[in-house]
Each structure stands twice: as C-alpha cells, then as structure tokens.
Design a binder for this molecule. Structure first.
Ligand SMILES: NC(=O)c1ccc[n+]([C@@H]2O[C@H](COP(=O)([O-])OP(=O)(O)OC[C@H]3O[C@@H](n4cnc5c(N)ncnc54)[C@H](O)[C@@H]3O)[C@@H](O)[C@H]2O)c1
Length: 309
C-alpha cells in the first residue's frame, strides 16, 4: 500500500472537517505528500489530532503519516504543485463552485480536481469552469469515516476526460480503497440513492404507525442488515431467483412509499427541536451515553471488519 518514492503524488485537501481529515489521512498513510487547508484555524489544527487518534485506535504509529502532512494557510498555498485536489467543504453549491474556480486558477494544469459532495451533481459544480478545468473535474464520494470505509464512488460527467477518470480510480486503488466507477452524474450517485430509498420507507412506516422507530432498527440490524456486508441486493435477487423477485415486487411496489418530498414527520420533529442524537432526541430518544455507545460500537465494528480484510 505504501507508495514508492517515484509514485508519490502531491495531494491537497480543502476543508479539514469530518471528511477532509480522514481523506488526508488515507493518502498520507499510503506515503503521499498531503497539504490540508481550512479557513477555521482551530479545525485545521485539530485535524492532526484527529488523525493521530484515528491511527492509535487502529494500533498504528501515527508518526510517519503525520510526517507526510503539512498544514497550509490558504487555498493557493495548499494547491500549489498538487497532482490531486480533494474538496471537502460544506454541501453548498455556490461555495463549491467558487472554490473550484479558485482551485482551477491556482493548481497546476494537470491536477485532477475531485469533489466529495454527497449528492450534488458534479456537472453543476463545474458548470462555470473553463473546458480544460471541467475535463479534469470528477466526483470522489467517500464514506464516513473515510479511513475505515473502503468504498469511494468515482463519478464522471460528460466533460470528464476518461484518462482523468482512470487515473483517479488507480490512485484510490493504490491507497487501498475500493473505488467504483459511476458512469452517469446522477444526484446521490449509487450508495446514497440506495440508502435513502430505504430511509424513506423506514420513516414512512414510523409515520404511518406500523411500528415504532426502534423497531425499524431492530428489524434491519437483526435480519437483512446482518447479510448486507457479504450479500449485495443484486446477489440476493439472483440467489432467491428472479421469478420470486418479480412476484414480490408485483405485490409490494404499489404499496411502497414514493413521495417526492421529505416526510412531514421530519418537519414536525425538527420544528420541535428534536434534531437527532446531539439534541437528545430525533426519531428516537438518546441519552449522551447511548449516543456515545452508538459511535463507539460503529468504530469498533468497522475497525474489526478492516482487520479481517
Ligand atoms: N459527513 C459525512 O458523512 C459525509 C459523507 C460523504 C460526503 N460528505 C460531504 O463532504 C463534504 C464535507 O462534509 P463534512 O461532513 O466533512 O463537513 P464539515 O462541516 O465537518 O467540514 C467542512 C469544513 O470545510 C471548511 N470550509 C468552509 N468553507 C471553506 C472554504 N472556503 N475553503 C476551505 N474550507 C472551508 C469548514 O471550516 C469545515 O471545517 C460535504 O460536501 C458533505 O456533503 C459528508
């Protein structure tokens, strides 16, 4: 996984929050030179502490990884000499558009430009760029936490140069990630479309009073959720057979929720201040200990899976 000296690249990560520091960690751990920048000085500096903690959690000496990282005071300094630039700033279209305009101006003309947007089409992010910069822009959708989840969805637009697309995939493979090519720039790409189709139905079942919110999590975690890491939905459809799959869909599809807007239940909860674990209540109720336990269980589970390969 460690890059040979001749294969070392210069990476810039713009935005050092939850996702940015993890992306930086992955490339620095693989031996690449990484510059991190963030306008919030406290976040920028804390990113090194987060990386140190992440590596210690995996029983890895953080010193060589941290030795490959430098903190840059601003965007221009971060992207100077970069071969690959990751954007991981808040999910706001105008901000991302402005940022890539600045990156295109200051990064080398060969640099691959990658957005970590969760759902915004990459074409929209690049619509104000000149043709050359637009041909070097693609999506690299990492998953949280980036240092533990193997998947990165690599998204091309109709403007993306195929060589840039392949280069990004090869770099991600080299640092130990599992990149999947997304051949059309659809909102939400693949993973979030699948995930939120499930969430829409889950919230709708709670809203309709079919079960309480806790029951949804119990059903998923103690049944098909246990299989998902080793049996994808397409494998599963082939496993049970396509005749059964079609028969099930004939009965169920007319019944499934297909609302085009977020559930009213979310509006009611948010208006009441029940915004999730941090507020002590969202769809379910959480003590601080219970919320911390969810995070710790998740990290332990993901580290265990990574160790088992
Ligand atoms: N959190 C997730 O689970 C997740 C998963 C996949 C993708 N994403 C996407 O990744 C992106 C970043 O999300 P996050 O969760 O890391 O957010 P975050 O809020 O933790 O971090 C964003 C950082 O960007 C910085 N920032 C703001 N303006 C900036 C600018 N002009 N230049 C440089 N930095 C700037 C902020 O100071 C902040 O530290 C978003 O597009 C998000 O949708 C998030």
């Amino acid at each position: 996984m460690e890059a040979r000296e001749s294969n070392r690249i210069a990476v810039a990560v713009i935005g050092a929050g939850l996702m940015g520091h993890g992306i930086a960690q992955v490339f620095a751990r693989a031996g690449h030179r990484v510059a991190i920048t963030d306008p919030d000085r406290a976040v920028r500096e804390a990113s090194l502490e987060h990386i140190r903690r992440n590596l210690r959690e995996e029983d890895v000496d953080p010193t060589p990884t941290l030795g490959n990282i430098r903190l840059a005071g601003g965007l221009e300094e971060a992207v100077a000499g970069a071969d690959l630039v990751f954007e991981a700033v808040p999910e706001k279209l105008a901000l991302k558009q402005q940022l890539f305009a600045a990156v295109a101006l200051h990064a080398p003309r060969h640099a691959v430009l990658a957005s970590n947007t969760s759902v915004i089409p990459i074409t929209r992010i690049g619509e104000q760029l000149d043709p050359d910069a637009r041909s070097r822009l693609l999506g690299t959708h990492w998953w949280n936490p980036p240092h533990l989840i193997p998947l990165v969805e690599v998204v091309r637009t109709t403007y993306t140069d195929p060589r840039v697309f392949d280069r990004a995939v090869a770099w991600l493979q080299q640092v130990g990630k599992n990149p999947v090519k997304v051949q059309q720039d659809v909102a939400g790409f693949i993973g979030n479309r699948l995930q939120h189709a499930l969430w829409r139905e889950a919230i709708s079942l709670v809203e309709a009073g079919v079960c309480d919110a806790e029951a949804i999590d119990t059903v998923v975690k103690s049944s098909f959720g246990m299989r998902l890491a080793v049996l994808g939905p397409i494998e599963n459809a082939d496993l049970v057979g396509l005749e059964l799959t079609r028969d099930v869909h004939r009965v169920m599809f007319p019944e499934l929720n297909c609302d085009k807007s977020p559930a009213k239940l979310l509006d009611r909860l948010i208006d009441a201040g029940h915004t999730g674990m941090r507020a002590g209540r969202g769809l379910r109720t959480w003590t601080p200990e219970e919320a911390e336990n969810v995070r710790r269980t998740l990290a332990g589970h993901l580290i265990g899976m990574k160790r088992r390969g």
